[in-house]
Ligand binder design. Structure first.
Ligand SMILES: C[S@@+](CC[C@H](N)C(=O)[O-])C[C@H]1O[C@@H](n2cnc3c(N)ncnc32)[C@H](O)[C@@H]1O
Length: 353
């Protein structure tokens, strides 16, 4: 079984040696240390970057891969959003950070025909469109603007690169620089400006030397942009998350490769991921729910089928048992069920779940 991950701004202000343009990987001189955001940007999305080359499912297991029950629950949510919107002629379903389009395909397959006929399915990805994908699915680099419907992002924000800050022995909070080929770290310039303001508000660093924080501003902005693409509807981000009262003192940056957690070296050979401060991403009216509660509200339950069914309908019993096992995995508080749903309504009142 593949590993479930999470078990364990903008200029040269961070003191890195390379050029830095927002959202673009810098030119790299071998052995030179750069900020973590720039290093991860290049490793994951630069030329031949990890996620442009590799299918996420080959390296770790998300809820999308764990069971078709997840896509069915998202399809149920989409039908509720459809109702809340008054059944528009075109209902958008936009999956941001879509991997190879698995969730969009699963949701299309699970929708009632009357809703499927009006749905505009869209996968938003930095990787190229995979061969053989259902031709109804639009594949693009940015969410379509002005959409009405559901925008969903499963384990996207944890892969939006960010800078890391660390408190030095002199008490000063500095950017952490990293040598991409080795992962060796060294201190950079002091954190100032919007990054420092963001840390004060969302991730105040303890006084101890070596305390680290992940500067989530690029994720807050990425999420706000995605939500802003909706004219009306619901935006949902699902990820392993932490809240302001309970930030991890040394951060969460981790690597994954072929189903195993590995050191976070930004050399392009592995996934680089850090848990998400979803409370910092939340906009007005947003609700944060544990995945187990969100999925239960959408009809995913983990109960065993009655034993009597084993004799009355053996094949049905085996199917129901398998589904119960998958539901248990999706809702396990120590695994995927411990993920957080950030549920953001846009112009529809209370979220329909
Ligand atoms: C951890 S994978 C999740 C894939 C899928 N959602 C799932 O749950 O199985 C994260 C995906 O987000 C994509 N991604 C990262 N940043 C993105 C961006 N700004 N726009 C679109 N896709 C992005 C990556 O290429 C990668 O395929």
């Amino acid at each position: 079984m593949e590993t479930v991950r999470g078990d364990e701004a903008g200029d040269t202000a961070n003191g890195e040696a390379g050029r830095r343009v927002d959202g673009e990987a810098p030119e790299e001189t071998p052995g030179e240390a750069v900020g973590w955001r720039a290093a991860a940007e290049r490793a994951l999305y630069g030329p031949n970057g990890f996620f442009l080359r590799e299918a996420p499912a080959a390296h770790f297991r998300t809820a999308v891969h764990a069971s078709p029950l997840f896509a069915r629950a998202v399809a149920e949510l989409l039908t509720r959003v459809d109702e809340a919107l008054g059944r528009p002629a075109e209902l958008a379903f936009t999956d941001v950070g879509a991997g190879r389009g698995e969730l969009v395909a699963g949701v299309l397959a699970a929708l009632p025909p009357a809703v499927a006929a009006r749905v505009r399915p869209c996968a938003v990805e930095r990787a190229p469109r995979p061969a053989g994908l259902d031709p109804r699915i639009d594949w693009r680099a940015e969410p379509p603007p002005g959409a009405e419907g559901l925008l969903f992002a499963n384990e996207w924000l944890d892969n939006v690169p960010l800078d890391i800050a660390e408190r030095g022995g002199d008490g000063v909070v500095r950017y952490v620089l990293v040598v991409p080929s080795t992962g060796e770290e060294r201190p950079g310039a002091p954190v100032t400006g919007p990054d420092a303001a963001g840390l004060r508000r969302w991730w105040p660093l303890p006084r101890e030397e070596g305390a680290r924080a992940e500067i989530g501003l690029p994720r807050d902005l990425a999420w706000a942009r995605a939500v802003g693409s909706l004219a009306r509807g619901l935006a949902v981000a699902v990820d392993y998350a932490h809240l302001r009262a309970d930030r991890p003192p040394f951060g969460t940056l981790t690597g994954y490769r072929h189903g195993r957690a590995v050191p976070p070296v930004p050399d392009g050979t592995r996934d680089l991921t850090a848990h998400v401060a979803l409370d910092a991403c939340a906009g007005p009216g947003a609700v944060l729910l544990p995945q187990r509660r969100a999925l239960r509200a959408l009809g995913v339950t983990g109960g065993r089928p009655p034993l009597a069914m084993a004799t009355a309908d053996p094949a049905g019993y085996v199917r129901a048992l398998a589904a119960a096992g998958e539901a248990a995995e999706l809702t396990d508080p120590a695994g995927l069920g411990g993920f957080t749903w950030l549920i953001q309504p846009v112009g529809i009142g209370a979220p329909p779940l």
